[in-house]
Design a protein around this ligand. Structure first.
Ligand code: SF4
Length: 467
């Protein structure tokens, strides 16, 4: 068995070297080229012999029995000659990787075909990429516009729904879920870079993997279904291992969200991991209007579902957004919405007066609501929610809670200026929810977790002292 020679000359400097065995059809060969190109771009060198390699990648074939045997032999030879082996390709996908692992339990990682991202992750895990000052102008986590201690983790692009007020599916296309291995790899990179809170975002987080028919992906050689519950479980484990929070946004109330709440309940009280927090854009509560909006998820069951979630997990924070003044909204529809708000007792709510978006189907709907009525309903809606929010925050006075410090800020106490810390609890996403003001937090660093005794509350914020 010979290794694919990629670089004719081996430079004198010490750089990590990878041996590559490429088997199978032209499609597998293209996969090999793709992986090799990326490894080379990252500064790895290719080895011409097993002994000159720090690690060997074997791209396998699993088409017929002879190809399976040849692939297993190649893996065995690489293990015997080198010892550090990552397996990729068609044979790697058999039984979710178990077939290869049964024959060769000592391989470092196994992925399926077309899995360059996963192979690169596995290589990084066992043979860190070389530092190249002329190439590595970026930090591993890339350029981030958020503060250092939190980051958004995008898991998919596009959307399969056709909400009549929205043009995102026209702009960004239908749902394309990112491979679960890449998402988890990015999460690890961010956590390694010091991120203390991952904010999972997409257009429809609950639908993650539906476009891929929930196919099996790989992370560090482990087969994982591309499903939101699996992703949440893995992110929870990563978050707990690194003491970082994981927060889910844009989760529609599909039935399988019950599984996410169960996971949150099972992990509640851990240091880090999945937060008991759901950001669930509902947009309205009147069945007639939701139909006109063509919203996903049936509205009738939402209250029942919220009650069941709260019974299972009383610490669950529910956030939502609503549109008032959608075309055709009557005073009755609006009353239904206010009644829903009263029954749901959501913790955090954002609301907008409907405004037409160029190209949206809703523009063609009759019975536009006059602007002054929209604004008047928006004010009534926000007033009703402010009372609910204030009441719910009052219930937190006397609690001790873990918060994440965002920044220090100047505050006035009478005539005196003082420095306080602004932080967030598990119930507060950055930018959209409230804050926890720490009156004696002048010594705290952004990105630090700290326990705070809650002493007072305003409509949207809590006020406390370091516990
Ligand atoms: S509003 Fe509707 S169509 Fe637009 S992104 Fe959300 S679910 Fe998709």
């Amino acid at each position: 068995m010979s290794l694919t020679a990629v670089t004719p000359a081996i430079p004198a400097r010490s750089v990590p070297r990878i041996g590559f065995v490429s088997l199978g059809c032209p499609k597998a060969l293209v996969d090999s080229e793709h992986i090799l190109s990326r490894l080379k771009a990252e500064g790895y060198e290719m080895a011409e012999s097993y002994h000159g390699a720090d690690l060997v990648v074997v791209n396998t074939c699993g088409f017929i029995d002879a190809a399976v045997a040849e692939s297993l032999d190649a893996i065995g030879e690489a293990l015997a000659e080198n010892g550090k082996v990552i397996v990729t390709g068609c044979l790697g996908a058999r039984d979710g990787g178990a077939f290869v692992r049964e024959a060769h339990p000592h391989v470092l990682a196994v992925t399926g075909p077309h899995a360059a991202d996963e192979v690169l992750q596995a290589v990084h895990a066992y043979l860190p990429r070389p530092h190249e000052p002329f190439v590595d102008l970026l930090p591993p986590q890339g350029i981030k516009l958020t503060p250092r201690h939190y980051a958004y983790l995008k898991i998919s692009e596009g959307c399969n729904h056709h909400c009549t007020f929205c043009i995102i599916p026209h702009l960004r296309g239908t749902l394309v879920s990112y491979p679960i291995g890449s998402v988890l790899g990015e999460a690890e990179t961010l956590l390694n870079a010091g991120v203390r809170e991952l904010l999972v975002v997409s257009q429809d987080t609950g639908a993650y993997g539906a476009d891929l028919r929930y196919r099996t992906g790989f992370h560090n050689g482990r087969p994982l279904k591309t499903r939101v519950a699996v992703l949440a479980q893995e992110l929870d484990a990563l978050g707990r291992a690194r003491q970082a929070w994981v927060r889910l946004h844009y989760v529609y109330p599909y039935p399988h969200v019950d599984d996410l709440v169960t996971l949150m309940r099972d992990t509640a009280g851990s240091e880090g991991g999945l937060l008991p927090y759901l950001d669930m854009p509902l947009q309205h509560a009147s069945p007639r209007l939701l139909k006109a909006m063509q919203r996903p998820a049936a509205p009738e069951k939402v209250i029942d579902r919220i009650r069941a979630w709260r019974r299972a997990l009383p610490s669950l924070t529910l956030r939502s957004t609503f549109i008032v003044g959608f075309p055709g909204e009557t005073e009755d529809d609006f009353s239904t919405l206010l009644q829903f708000l009263d029954e749901a007792q959501l913790d955090r709510v954002g609301a907008f007066a409907y405004s037409p978006v160029e190209g949206a189907a809703a523009n063609a709907l009759p019975d536009a609501v006059p602007e002054e009525i929209k604004q008047e309903r928006l004010a009534r809606f926000m007033e009703a929610q402010a009372e609910i929010s204030a009441r719910r925050l009052q219930n937190k006075i006397g609690l001790t809670m873990t918060v994440l410090v965002d920044q220090l800020a100047e505050a006035k106490q009478g005539r005196k200026k003082t420095v306080i810390a602004l932080a967030r609890s598990a119930a507060d996403a950055p930018e959209i929810d409230g804050l926890v003001q720490i009156a004696d937090g002048h010594h705290l660093q952004p990105g630090a977790f700290v326990k705070v005794n809650i002493e007072a509350a305003t409509e949207h914020d809590l006020i406390g002292r370091v516990g």
